[in-house]
Design a protein around this ligand. Structure first.
Ligand code: F0G
Length: 463
């Protein structure tokens, strides 16, 4: 038969739906009432009041039948459960670290690590710290320093690796402060607070070399390591023919350890770990783990959670899955570009970020333009997103407030949950909102907590 080759343009999800969960549709009037009751804070809405939930990609993914099967066969022993050894073997196989310390989620690993290594007066650099990472560092009296490359702060620039750390500034910091004041270097892959942008292998390798030169341990914040590996494969010269797991192994080989939220690229609903090579530090971390998380062979997870993570870590490395995920978010970016909606370019691995500062220049930074856009998205289309701007990052440790570097609205995509028609709906809502953006006004905070205020603050609309 002489059939021409077929190159599909349609993006198809690389899975069939095995069990479904109904969406609950709400009316505009219901949403108006619900948001007011929630103090204009989307974190305080019930999920039943949301149509499409893009608040986070954390713990919200759909598990595979393979994962559910593993969960049924779990071992729930307190000490030495077989589920722990399967989990540990998966982490060691992919990441190659000697010690695997399970935790209930990523911040459990941060809590243990930073309470063991950080003290008052220390400085811990990263490309961009995520909010919980920053909070744990500051909670130990240390300073969390963001050193992303300057291109990473320009949303409209299209470059392959805008998550890279600025190596010159990193080296300068170490030359000036030395290891006495810098207890670790971190690198977040992909860079969540900086638009979900990836870090290149070259940048990871060079960060590792600087860390060695100054004898400072280097940890990856590895939540979205698989997505980062996919970007390396598709954007960095020399990796075109490598498998994703080979790229992952090389990436981790440059680091001394990692913190991991398995709720992202572990494809699990809960779980995490700290993994590292240093025996002495591992012993201290395990002692701390017993205090705050649990015995070292479960650390806050059930046996079935460890089974889910053991399988999820491999599933997240599947190239078909990664390609669908990243293409589907890019397709939303293309639709928004046609509607002239400013976004962080290129689109990230787990999320698309709308640049609210550019879209709503008539709202002052300290009247929270990204918060305003987030709430408008919910009111208009029942879509819940999250602000990454001055509400999340504007409060300083000394209690003063200053505008964040960027005003972004993050649309984070749960893994394997929404289909292409959901994506099309989101594009429609944003387009409709963009056409009437001038009517939006800012917010003021009515009540707030001193740390991580965005989770619970209540607001008043300035309209
Ligand atoms: N590091 C990064 C880069 C993260 O994005 C997160 C969580 C954590 C650490 C902490 O992990 O939630 O398991 O304790 N990010 C979620 C988000 C909450 O919505 O981006 P965790």
């Amino acid at each position: 038969m002489k059939l021409n080759e077929f190159y599909p343009k349609t993006l198809i999800e690389p899975f069939r739906i095995h069990s479904v969960e109904p969406l609950r549709f709400t009316t505009r009037a219901e949403r108006q009432k619900a948001l007011k009751k929630a103090g204009y804070n989307p974190f305080l809405l019930s999920s039943q009041q949301v149509i499409i939930d893009l608040l986070t990609d954390s713990g919200t993914g759909a598990m595979s039948s393979n994962q559910w099967a593993g969960m049924l066969a779990s071992d729930e022993s307190y000490a030495g459960a077989a589920s722990f050894y399967r989990f540990e073997a998966a982490v060691k196989d992919i990441m190659g670290f000697n010690h695997v310390i399970p935790t209930h989620q990523g911040r459990g690993a941060e809590h243990i690590l930073f309470s063991c290594i950080a003290k008052k007066g220390d400085i811990i650099p990263n490309n961009n710290h995520f909010d919980t990472t920053r909070a744990h560092i500051e909670n130990n009296g240390a300073q969390a320093l963001d050193l992303v490359v300057k291109e990473g702060r320009v949303p409209s620039l299209v470059l392959p690796f805008k998550g890279n750390i600025d190596l010159d500034r990193l080296e300068m910091l170490l030359a000036e402060q030395g290891r006495n004041r810098v207890p670790a270097i971190l690198l977040t892959v992909t860079n969540n607070s900086g638009g979900g942008q990836p870090v290149s292998m070259d940048n990871i390798r060079q960060t590792g070399a600087i860390a060695k030169k100054y004898h400072v341990p280097f940890f990856l914040d590895a939540c979205r390591y698989a997505e980062n590996c996919y970007f390396i494969k598709t954007r960095e010269k020399g990796y075109e023919t490598s498998s994703i797991i080979e790229i992952a192994r090389e990436m981790f080989s440059y680091a001394d350890g990692c913190t991991m939220s398995a709720k992202k690229d572990g494809l699990a609903n809960i779980g995490g770990f700290l993994a590292l090579n240093d025996d002495t530090l591992a012993r201290r971390c395990r002692n701390m783990e017993i205090l705050v998380e649990g015995f070292p062979t479960y650390g806050g997870m059930a046996g079935y959670d460890m089974e889910a993570v053991a399988k999820g870590l491999y599933e997240a490395l599947d190239e078909e899955y990664l390609s669908y995920r990243i293409r589907s978010i890019a397709s939303l970016g293309e639709k928004l570009a046609l509607a002239k909606i400013p976004i962080v370019k290129p689109t990230g691995g787990h999320a698309l970020y709308v640049n609210a500062a550019e879209m709503l220049p008539h709202i002052e930074p300290l009247q929270y333009p990204a918060w305003s856009l987030t709430n408008a998205l919910y009111l208009l289309g029942g879509i819940r997103a999250v602000e990454i701007g001055s509400v999340m990052f504007g409060m300083q440790p000394d209690g003063t407030e200053k505008p964040a570097a960027q005003e972004l609205v993050r649309l984070a995509f749960p893994r394997r949950v929404y289909t292409q028609s959901h994506i099309d709906y989101i594009a429609e809502v944003l387009t409709c909102l963009n056409e009437q953006k001038e009517v939006l006004r800012g917010y003021r905070i009515v009540s707030q907590e001193p740390v991580l205020r965005h989770f619970t603050a209540r607001f008043a609309y300035l309209g």
